[in-house]
Design a binder for this molecule. Structure first.
Ligand code: HEC
Length: 106
């Protein structure tokens, strides 16, 4: 019983995200759901690493880029780019993609 309670408490603790979902914009939420594990800020994701390698450290983080156009982002997300997979409309809807492009692009 104690063990069950412990597991419940542990389980409940894990469902609390660091930032509440309601505080995020749609674009940021989509980025966290689909992109952050490759384009995260800890510099270990394949997207961040690849961009640092190809384009330089200052271009490695999507969230800090000011040179990416929204149309380009939409294109890359739907088509993929080399090692980056493409994303279907059933994964990221058009509305979500627009919000994502707004969040990342200029
Ligand atoms: C499985 C890992 C992975 C995921 C998930 C991923 N990417 Fe990428 N992304 C990459 C890699 C690797 C590259 C570099 C491609 C290359 O040039 O070889 C890249 C490149 C890009 C570029 C091109 C940047 C430039 O300078 O031209 C954009 C834009 C981009 N990703 C956006 C996204 C967005 C938005 C998402 C989420 C919907 C996402 N990526 C999800 C791996 C990923």
């Amino acid at each position: 019983m104690t063990r069950l309670l412990f597991m419940l408490v542990l389980g409940a603790g894990m469902t609390f995200p660091a930032v509440k979902a309601t505080e995020l914009t749609t674009g940021e939420r989509v980025f966290r759901q689909w992109c952050i594990h490759c384009h995260g800020e800890d510099n270990s994701g394949p997207g961040t690493l690849r961009l640092a390698w190809d384009k330089g450290e200052d271009k490695s983080l999507l969230t800090e880029r000011a040179d990416l156009g929204r149309e380009y982002i939409r294109f890359v997300v739907r088509r993929g780019l080399d090692e980056m997979p493409s994303f279907r409309i059933t994964e990221i809807s058009e509305a979500e993609l627009n919000a994502l492009a707004e969040f990342l692009g200029r």
